[in-house]
Unconditional design. Structure first.
Ligand code: G3P
Length: 221
């Protein structure tokens, strides 16, 4: 698998409305110009608009594990598939799920032919989740999220231990995230065995998001 950059646009002001769509377009442009696969996860209400304008994979930030029917306010896997999303983040630190629901969500994604990117916080959790064979795992120590201090520098053992733990039971590619800000952070993550990175604020809140993403992509070998 090629190393990937996954961009979680969260609910920042900078990723809301037309600004969010502009970030999605930048993600696509940089993916095309650098050859680095980029996944983008905009806010739910902008998913359809993003999918209609992009050819790179668009993921939801969260999907509810409910059946189609009377579930007011929920977003179903069927709905995200119907508009052309390729997958979803599952269990992000800011949207935790009980363990059984992570497994349910991964299973549902498989049934729907969609990809699942499960977020975890450490090696043990990642190993347990990998048994369900999600498409990707992203390990992110919550205390470094949004800090600008990269997991690959501050806690490199979390990345390498997670890669080893997951490799011992499955072939699920492991991304890492939290505080990834520079090309060096990306390069180190990959040297530690990660198959790519999941990041948010460094791109979304950058003064020049295009330059920032080009810089981050230059860290991919
Ligand atoms: O999903 C990505 C994330 O939680 C990391 O956020 O802002 O530290 O890149 P950030």
């Amino acid at each position: 698998m090629k190393h990937v950059i996954a961009l979680n646009l969260k609910t920042y002001e900078e990723s809301t409305g037309e600004k969010g769509i502009a970030l999605c377009r930048i993600a696509e442009d940089v993916s095309k110009s650098t050859g680095v696969p980029v996944i983008v996860a905009p806010q739910t209400v902008f998913l359809a608009q993003a999918v209609s304008k992009l050819s790179i994979p668009v993921f939801a930030q969260h999907v509810d594990t409910v059946k189609q029917g009377a579930n007011t306010g929920c977003t179903t896997w069927e709905a995200v598939k119907s508009i052309g999303c390729k997958g979803s983040l599952i269990n992000h630190s800011e949207h935790r799920l009980p363990f059984f629901q992570i497994f349910e969500a991964v299973e549902k994604a498989k049934q729907m032919g969609l990809q699942s990117l499960v977020c975890t916080t450490n090696a043990m959790e990642s190993k347990a989740v990998s048994v369900s064979s999600p498409s990707l795992i992203a390990v992110e120590p919550p205390e470094l999220i949004g800090s600008g201090i990269s997991v690959s520098t501050a806690k490199p053992e979390i990345v390498s231990n997670t890669v080893k733990a997951v490799e011992s039971v499955s072939r699920v590619p492991v991304l890492c995230g939290a505080g990834i800000t520079t090309a060096i952070d990306v390069k180190k993550s990959i040297e530690l065995g990660a198959s790519g990175v999941l990041l948010a604020s460094a791109f979304t809140k950058a003064k020049n998001p295009k330059e920032k993403l080009e810089e981050l992509a230059s860290g991919v070998p």
